[in-house]
Design a protein around this ligand. Structure first.
Ligand code: GMT
Length: 391
């Protein structure tokens, strides 16, 4: 794509899949010369680089004694209108439907009344449809705002299907998978680090998540407890969230408790993955499983539940194993087999890396660019960044 666009990216700033994908996508687009305007209530966690093409617009809310709940949506819509008008944006890309898609619809209408047409793309990430979106407290608004987005993408075929089945969606949904940046996620030599965590050559099992119920981190610990009985090993629990305290207590009841380390939120997740031998993600639901892909890029095989989009990423018996949600014994058995057979583990490592290559950043970013182009009829426009410099 030769046209350089001015793109508004609306996302959650916190650790978690949708914010990570939005930020990494924005950074990649900025590297290609597009001007990226992040709109969020805080600096996105992965937005740690300076780029001349990246701008951040923080949404601030106003309190008033009347408000029991701060009217964040109103502030966000006003910020979208302000940024689109001032920066003359070409497109708004909102990540996670709730509340971003509905707010973008409102901003679009306001802008139209002031003579500016702005196409809106909504990217569905998972829980905005599965866990949260289908709740009656949100569903009519989610359905309406998806149907009224100019473009809609989902991060897996499964999520697309689920969205179509759960809501009265007339809009065409385009599947654009999550992606991986191999400059960052790759197997690097961190032997000194491995030595510190597993001084006697123990195998390292890892899990990364936001420690919400849907992740079933207690299952991670149960699976590891079984593995630990047969294979000298260590479990690294990376991330933080609402379930953590309960899990730390639960851990003390397990035989393996001395081999488990809660590491909290980590910026350099890739360094921990680089020393891992196995990744566990036994989630109740997972629209894609970006954490699994990050592990695979670092040559780590994955054992997961066979739900959501995970089977679109992990190939059973090739680069990992998929089992029914909650089937601790089956998952543990695969883990033990893999970790006690060096040849098999190496084969799975190679296959995991190969599979991760199907989700290369460049190729997926190109799919987003093509979609933007389709929605704004790029072919008929001037190079908008260059053009706006002249006006
Ligand atoms: O569950 C999370 O890890 C956070 C959540 C989010 O929306 O921030 O992640 C969802 O989006 C990710 C990026 O598209 C997907 O890789 C995750 O599978 C998805 N999580 C769930 O569906 C539970």
């Amino acid at each position: 794509m030769n046209k350089k666009l001015k793109i508004g990216v609306v996302c959650y700033p916190t650790y978690g899949g949708s914010g990570v994908v939005a930020t990494e996508l924005g950074i990649a687009l900025a590297k290609k010369g597009h001007h990226i305007h992040f709109i969020s209530y805080k600096r996105p966690a992965r937005l740690s680089i300076f780029s001349e093409n990246i701008y951040l617009h923080e949404v601030t809310t106003v309190n008033y004694p009347l408000f029991e709940y701060l009217p964040y949506e109103t502030s966000l819509a006003s910020k979208m209108v302000e940024v689109v008008e001032r920066e003359q944006l070409d497109i708004l890309h909102v990540h996670y439907a709730i509340p971003h898609a509905a707010v973008a619809f409102m901003a679009k209408k306001i802008l139209a009344s002031r003579g500016k047409n702005i196409p809106v793309i909504t990217t569905l990430h998972g829980t905005d449809i599965t866990l949260v979106g289908k709740n009656a407290a949100f569903s009519p608004v989610v359905e309406f705002s998806i149907n009224n987005s100019d473009g809609v993408t989902a991060v897996s075929e499964h999520l697309k299907k689920e969205t179509q089945e759960k809501f009265g969606i007339k809009k065409e949904i385009k599947v654009i998978y999550n992606f991986i940046d191999f400059d960052r996620f790759r197997k690097v030599d961190k032997d000194h680090f491995k030595q510190a965590i597993a001084p006697n050559g123990e195998k390292i099992v890892a899990h990364v998540s936001n420690f919400r119920k849907v992740k079933r981190v207690d299952d991670v610990m149960r699976i590891f407890n079984e593995i630990y009985k047969s294979v000298p090993s260590r479990l690294l629990l990376i991330g933080d969230g609402p379930e953590r305290n309960k899990l730390e207590t639960f851990c003390t009841e397990l035989e393996c408790h001395e081999a488990v380390r809660f590491l909290g939120k980590q910026d350099a997740v890739e360094e921990l993955l680089a020393i891992s031998d196995l990744f566990l993600i036994p989630s109740e639901n997972e629209s894609f499983g970006l954490a699994a892909l990050e592990a695979m890029a670092c040559e780590v095989p994955v054992i997961s539940s066979n739900v959501g989009g995970l089977p679109e990423v992990i190939q059973h018996g090739v680069n990992g194993f998929l089992e029914n949600v909650g089937d601790i014994q089956a998952m543990a058995k695969h883990g033990i087999n893999l970790l006690s057979n060096e040849t098999l583990l190496d084969e799975f490592r190679v296959n995991a890396f190969k599979r991760a290559n199907d989700f290369k950043l460049d190729e997926i970013v190109q799919q987003y660019e093509d979609y933007y182009c389709e929605l704004i009829n790029c072919g008929e426009k001037e190079n908008t960044v260059e053009h706006s410099h002249l006006t």
